[in-house]
Design a binder for this molecule. Sequence first.
Ligand code: URA
Length: 239
Amino acid sequence: MERLQKVIANSGYCSRRKAEELILEGKVFVNGSVIRELGTKVSHDDEIEVDGLSIKKDHNYEYYLLYKPRGVVTTTNDDKGRKTVVDLIDTTARIYPVGRLDYDTTGVLLLTNDGVFANGLMHPANEIDKVYIAKVEGILSGYDVKMLKSGIMIDGRKTAKCHVKVRSVDKKKNTCIVELVIHEGRNHQVKKMIEAVGKKVIKLKRERFGIFDLSGLKASEYRRLTAKEVHVVYSMIKK
Ligand code: URA
């Protein structure tokens, strides 16, 4: 038997102090009943829920941040035998990617075997920012930028409002570098958005996904997330 706040904190959900606050606020349920006493002891078989989320007592979750290189598929296995993002990570856990990046797209990709974490990050209601840097063939006009920002039709449905900024223009080569911040995750979204204004993405990189960027990593390198980062994600997604 262990103290409830310790079990919640050990699950990676939040700190022990925060767990105590949540208990006092009546947000913690054990086997369906609200528990407000801090000293309550729970066993391994008890079902614990915080703010509607089930807490896992086991510690076999793994969380990775990979700098995805070009030429790797974002699946757990590929029927054409191509290298997958999971092949790049040295683990025996059954991890999978959180969302997708195209074969030729590089940048931030998270992988985990924690379904609540992965689904929370992908759920559109949580509006997690994704920052993409696109090298575009053609130069975006002010009107193109306005159209992209306000929402543009792709696959018969308008995209949500987003931030778009032209970072640089190369008039000689007729290319530009564009930053797009979106929170949807539709298939080939950035490429299709740029196509919708009559231009073409020739290189695409995801520079940031929520709180995660590529600091300290080179292409194909990865690191484990810290417990603190996992806590922060949980606090962002439990809404
Ligand atoms: N948008 C795309 O078009 N491709 C990606 O890989 C990610 C976002």
